[in-house]
Write a protein that binds this ligand. Structure first.
Ligand SMILES: [Zn+2]
Ligand SMILES: [Zn+2]
Length: 165
């Protein structure tokens, strides 16, 4: 595995590189991520911002207040083609969450259970599949006061059922 991994938007105007492995990986099923990705969930490898550098173009930024934390989330995207590339956070200054599918090789990083989690499974659309062995949380892994939440760990892949009402 080489250290540098490149990625970019659909049109190629904005290009970036990461210089290290992600600190952790979050798979988020919340409705914010469903809307932002236009898909069922976000695979979000999280890097130190110093390990991410933009090598071409300059992303535009859309800032929105998180309904959960009340803190600002900054979505960095290509103004030409609309591809979202990465997130930065008021709440976690120094961390950058990349939209994994924008890597040239989206498969390059591992999702190790010790440093990864799947969150907001309570908002996951039905028929989504939760990975086995990965800590799963109905919402955040921590309460607002910092108390850790006990995860669920499935022994086998778990299919989200359709909810009533
Ligand atoms: Zn673009
Ligand atoms: Zn989310």
């Amino acid at each position: 595995m080489t250290t540098i991994h490149a990625g970019g938007c659909l049109c190629g105007s904005v290009r970036y590189e990461t210089l290290a492995a992600p600190d952790r990986v979050t798979i988020c099923h919340c409705t914010f991520c469903q809307r932002a990705t236009g898909s069922a969930y976000m695979v979000e490898p999280i890097f130190k911002c110093e390990d991410l550098r933009v090598t071409a173009g300059e992303p535009a930024v859309y800032s929105v207040r998180s309904a959960g934390s009340g803190k600002m989330v900054h979505v960095h995207f290509c103004r030409t083609c609309g591809t979202k590339l990465y997130l930065t956070f008021e709440r976690f200054a120094g961390s950058c969450g990349i939209y994994a599918g924008t890597f040239d090789e989206p498969d390059w990083f591992d999702i190790p259970p010790a440093t990864s989690k799947q969150i907001f499974t309570s908002e996951a659309r039905h028929d989504s599949i939760l990975a086995a062995d990965l800590p799963s949380f109905e919402r955040h892994a921590f309460l607002n006061d910092g108390t850790p939440v006990e995860p669920v760990v499935y022994a086998l892949p778990h299919v989200i059922g359709r909810r009533d009402g």
